[in-house]
Design a protein around this ligand. Sequence first.
Ligand code: PEP
Ligand code: MN
Length: 393
Amino acid sequence: MPPEALLGRRTGRKPRVDVRRFPRAERPVQQPSSFSQAGDGQSMIVVMKPGASREQVEHAVKRVEQLGLKPHVIHGTHRTVIAAVGDRRDEHREALESCPGVAEVVPILAPYKIASREVKPEPTVVRTGSLTVGGGTVGVIAGPCSVESREQILQTARAVKDAGATALRGGAFKPRTSPYSFQGLKEKGLQLLAEAREATGLAVVTEVIAPEDVPLVADYADVLQIGARNMQNYRLLEAAGRSRRTVLLKRGPAATVDELLLAAEYILDAGGEQVILCERGIRTFETHTRFTLPLASVIYLHEKTHLPVVVDPSHGTGHAWMVPQMACAAVAAGADGLLIEVHPDPETALSDGFQSLNFDQFQHTMQLCRRVAEALGRRLGSAQQPAGVESPA
Ligand code: PEP
Ligand code: MN
């Protein structure tokens, strides 16, 4: 099959890889690991009939609760489904099937439930202020590893915006490997990020490292970043979910993709609705890069989850000079967004300078990625701010 046919050009369809051309059996089967067994495998999806009334949905939700299961209502474009999470028994299934307006009740096979495509086949598009991730828009989150000073963050915010970034990143609370390294400006850093948002209109993405800090960080941030070191900090995941802020969840360097999805499930189960997954590289025996950046995980994640996936080529490679090409490769692999470290003067950065781009390099990277995105029928960066979406603080 010629590549252009694969990309849909001959058929005149949007140039996206059509996974239906690859029979399911030929695609790799998910290998169960001891951790992926953590799912109970017994939750269910209650599929409402098209046009089921609000009362019928509410009634089904009440029945789910009465049976001791936890309901999560998902309104798709064509149908409403209720994920009924918990211990299923066959009589539960029958009880729910007899509710008015219910089309069918099917078990959710994946260990993660609300994150699964079984529950929501259509991809989730995350929109927060200026940032759109998914739905054909490749969101670009750019900025320094750490917020260092007013001048540094304001200058960077303006530069990345001019180059087409749609959100500003910057750590105020830094999880550092050594306790003697710069730990971040903390609340002062959050205030500077809010000032940069005010000046540029860019949504702010910043890390939260402890459950007790979630309310403070959520007061300033549009997106709470949960870092690689904290991917399995379950109390933090729950606190972030309860805050209802959008969460960017980075993959742990030693975590499988299924563990990443189960971590996202904690956020969704706690009430979070907008979760962005981030592939940022894993630890392998290889030393030519800081981490190994597996882009196949983007493709696998798109198969298994409706949540959007962004790629961080900065931490994924650890070398500024490798970032432009890996950013392009991520877009080509179908990433819904990029997270890129940018600093006015990488040489003097207080953290991760060696992997940070200067303004000129970032602009160049954006030009390259834009061409790749457009060749594949997607847009890079600047989407219109959706009406009615307000920034916090
Ligand atoms: C960061 O984004 O600066 C960071 C600390 O990333 P990670 O959690 O992926 O190491
Ligand atoms: Mn960093």
